[in-house]
Design a protein around this ligand. Structure first.
Ligand code: ADP
Length: 247
């Protein structure tokens, strides 16, 4: 088994001639938390969308766990264990927190969700759903509707529904965006916990979060890789500092 779980070669995305991601060759090591950072407009979200197959690349290849996934659909990629959090795992606001996780489990095991047979089926997933809520610290919130959850807790629920898909590698898109300091600290601890035994690729704006979480960091600017390394090395890199200060 190779120690590189995800690799892109020459990944490029153009939008009507505008190059948003340019010749990105990225290698993510198995079992690490890898950060993808960069100033606004650097191409992070586009990269993320390419990796999770929400967008087709203009050029380049993506290999996951030894398999070329460049032409695969996002649902098929998710079945291989490469799972994107937040966008893929929609939270249903009128279902309870527990029901949301049961639905995610049922989808994972049984494909599409059948509301008419829902009740009996969902009860079957109760124990596992409770375990997942335990993992993300949401047991006290299990019986309230997801719509009533405070923002930071909602993101924890999204992580629980993502875990329901049994990810080998999780892609997290700005898990701390818009959060209070207290929520940020809680999500950082949660990501650390759920990253055990998995690989995580994290798009993040908050450098403090990146410093606390990431083993390896790739810095993008203007669609290209500017620097790679651990936090200490990239944060000292004059080009990275200039890119962040916009000079
Ligand atoms: P980041 O996530 O780092 O802020 P993005 O990936 O969102 O950067 O955007 C990179 C560049 O690509 C930006 O200049 C953005 O305007 C452009 N871009 C992103 N999506 C599209 C699109 N669908 N059509 C045209 N341009 C786009």
């Amino acid at each position: 088994m190779s120690d590189i779980i995800l690799e892109t070669v020459g990944l490029t995305k153009e939008f009507r001639g505008f190059v948003a991601v340019s010749d990105v060759s990225l290698r993510v090591k198995r079992g690490t938390i890898h950060g993808l950072i960069g100033p606004n407009g650097a191409g992070k979200t586009t990269c993320f969308n390419l990796l999770t197959k929400f967008l087709p690349p203009t050029r380049g290849t993506i290999t996951y766990d030894g398999r070329d996934i460049t032409a695969m659909k996002s649902a098929d990629v998710a079945r291989l264990g490469l799972v994107r959090s937040f966008q893929i795992s929609a939270v249903f606001p009128h279902l309870t927190v527990l029901e949301n996780v049961r639905v995610a489990l049922q989808r994972q095991r049984g494909g599409s969700f059948d509301f008419w047979r829902a009740d009996g089926l969902l009860r079957r997933y109760d124990d596992r759903a409770r375990e997942l809520l335990e993992d993300v610290g949401l047991i006290p919130w299990a019986t309230i509707t997801a719509g009533e959850l405070p923002y930071g807790r909602k993101r924890a629920l999204e992580i629980a529904t993502t875990l329901a898909l049994d990810p080998v590698m999780m892609l997290l898109d700005e898990p701390t965006a818009g959060m209070t300091h207290e929520d940020v600290d809680r999500i950082v601890a949660l990501v650390k916990r759920v990253a055990k035994g998995r690989t995580v690729l994290l798009v993040e704006h908050n450098l403090k979060v990146v410093a606390g979480l990431c083993d390896q960091i790739t810095v993008l600017t203007r669609g290209r890789i500017l620097a790679e390394g651990d936090y200490a090395s990239v944060s000292r890199n004059p080009e990275v500092i200039a890119a962040y200060l916009g000079t």
